[in-house]
Design a protein around this ligand. Sequence first.
Ligand code: PLP
Length: 231
Amino acid sequence: MTQTEYKIYIDNMIRRVEKARLRVSGHHIVKIVAVSKYSSTDEIETLYNIGQRAFGENKVQDLKAKSTELEELPLEWHFIGNLQKNKINNLIDLSPTLFQGLDSIELAKELNKKLEAKNATIDCLLQINSAKEESKHGVMPEIALERYQEIQEKYPNIHLKGVMSIGAHTEDKELIKKSFQTTHEIFEQLPDAKICSMGMSSDFELAIECGSNMVRLGSIMFNKLPLLPFS
Ligand SMILES: *Cc1c(COP(=O)(O)O)cnc(C)c1O
C-alpha cells in the first residue's frame, strides 16, 4: 500500500468511527488510540504523518524503546497491558499519558507506594473483566464501583479517569454487546469518570454504540488484518 492509499484507508477508518459515534449523538466524541504493539517505529511514524497522535503499547520495555526512539515527535503514549510489579518503576519513569490496565487493589497499593516515593502521579483506568473470563485481567463488575472508590480514597497518587474493558471473546455479538453494556453501566455510575475505553479492531463500532469514548485499535489501524481493502 502506498502512503496515499494508506491515508485513504485511514480516512475510511475514521469515517467508520464517525458513523458509529453519530449513531449515539453528535456530542459523543470518541478518541482513537492506535495500538502499535505489533508495529515498528517506522510504521508509527507513517501513521503520525497522516495525523495520528495517541499510541498504545502493552509491554513496558516496548513502550520504553519506541517512545524513546520517537521522543522528538509530539506523541501521547498509553500503556494498555498488564503491569507486573517489578515493572512499576519503569512505567512511572516513562510517565505515560494513561495507564489503562489498573486491575487490582494490590497493584494500586504497590503503584501508589512507588509513585509516592517518586513524588509522582499517574492517570489510570480501572480495568473491568466484564465478561468474567478466566483468561482476562480486571476486577469483577459486581465490585468495580466499590474498588474504584476505594482506590480514589486510599491511593491519592493514582488519578482514576474511568474504566477499560476488553469485549467478550466470542463470535456471539449479543454477548460482546452485553459485556460492553456492563462496563458502560459502571462508567455511568461514576460521577467524575471521563473515559470509557472499550473496542478493538473487531468490535469497535459495537463498543461505540454501547457508549465507549475511547477505542484501542491495533491491527486495523496498521493494516495488519488479513482481509482488508488494498491488501
Ligand atoms: C492488542 C490490544 C488491542 C488492539 O487489538 P487489535 O485487535 O489489534 O485492535 C487493544 N487493547 C488491548 C488491551 C490490547 O492488548
